[in-house]
Design a protein around this ligand. Structure first.
Ligand SMILES: [Zn+2]
Length: 135
């Protein structure tokens, strides 16, 4: 299992912008790319409109997966923000990580966050932090 995740630098910036756009609720979406490198951010609506949880509606998720297929992109990650807290996986994140092969990104939108973007691999309720490599 890989201990790192590769992405375009623009993706990192886009995630922080996305998280700061809605400082009072968790933002969320999928990440896609080719050759194992994340290059595309696919924002989704947080149907819970919550500051402490997120959910993407099945119909929207289906549309995003169809778009990736049509554009020949691989699903490589999923992201959401933690507007109020630390950007480590919450108990709910560990419980509800449905993509064991995807990198799980958590963004801290606060300007004083020491590491605004962190990535994890989550499987069987356990998280392993991934090194983020921008290329
Ligand atoms: Zn979370």
């Amino acid at each position: 299992m890989s201990k790192g995740v590769r992405l375009r630098g623009a993706v990192l910036d886009a995630l922080v912008v996305e998280a700061r756009r809605e400082p009072d609720r968790e933002c969320c979406g999928l990440l896609a790319g080719r050759g194992g490198v994340i290059s595309v951010v696919l924002p989704a609506r947080n149907s819970l409109a919550s500051a402490t949880a997120y959910e993407i509606e099945p119909a929207e998720l289906f549309a995003l997966f169809r778009r990736m297929r049509e554009e020949r992109l691989d699903h490589l990650g999923i992201y959401h923000s933690h507007p109020q807290g630390d950007n480590a996986p919450s108990a709910r994140d560990l419980e509800r990580a449905f993509y064991p092969d995807a990198a799980f990104f958590i963004i801290a939108p606060r300007p004083d966050a020491p590491r605004p973007v962190r990535a994890f691999r989550i499987a069987n309720g356990r998280a392993v932090e991934l090194a983020i490599e921008t290329i």
